[in-house]
Ligand binder design. Sequence first.
Ligand code: SAH
Length: 263
Amino acid sequence: MSAPLPFEAAIPRRPLAVMAALPQELGDLVAAMRAEGGIETVTHGKRDYHVGTVHGAPCVVTLARVGKVAAAATASALIHAFDVEAVVFTGVAGGVGPTVRIGDIVVAESLMQHDMDASPLFPRFEVPLLGMSRFDADAPLTTALAAACEHFIDEEGAALSQRFLTEALPTVHRGLIISGDQFVASATSVDLLRAALPDALAVEMEGAAIAQVCYEYGVPCAIVRTISDTADAHAPVSFVSFLTEIAGTYSSGILRRFLAARG
Ligand code: SAH
């Protein structure tokens, strides 16, 4: 390896954005940042952006709150006000794919808005005037995130399934995540989504909005979702208990491994 050029040392590393919708989805990230040398908190557009280092990686950590507008506004602020190098989103989602179970992890390879429909003017799901319906997550970032998920399951999966009282170890899936401004909570609604988008693995309310903003600004993004429910009539109860009891363990365990590998 060649020696770094003298001016390289003077260029500060751009931070990574880590975002979630709800506080439980960030796990111990803000506490870990505080313990690691302090936090500078900047408030912008009614959101707190925590700037510091986590597991050796410079980060800006924030909560978007729920829905596509909140997610897009937050991603945009991360890009403009904090000049982030890339955006990573962590959170929970409803399982849609036939093999996706509660406690599994889905890492997005692409994302789309399942409630975008300007037909007959434009094809269903296409974002008008952009000519696209699917937005790719960044491949290297997604591979690194999926590797962190696999390590997490290898090391903590058995203990997690015991807590869930499930026999099988959680599985890491990669593929399509769909987003819309609805909490999907009925067999009819989830069946309609399956019929319209047969390769969808998970449904949530933010990912595709972040992917679109990142695409438009040329900023890499990656999205990881732990399955809290199966988007059917049990979803409200399953979602709340998963979010309060277990979502933080997943986010902390995945992000610790992902950030340490970058840092
Ligand atoms: N503020 C409320 C509502 C959260 S809405 C609360 O805390 O109870 C559900 C959140 O989890 C969204 O951010 C969404 O991205 C994700 N999610 C989990 N299961 C989902 C489902 N079945 N349908 C849509 N979004 C889901």
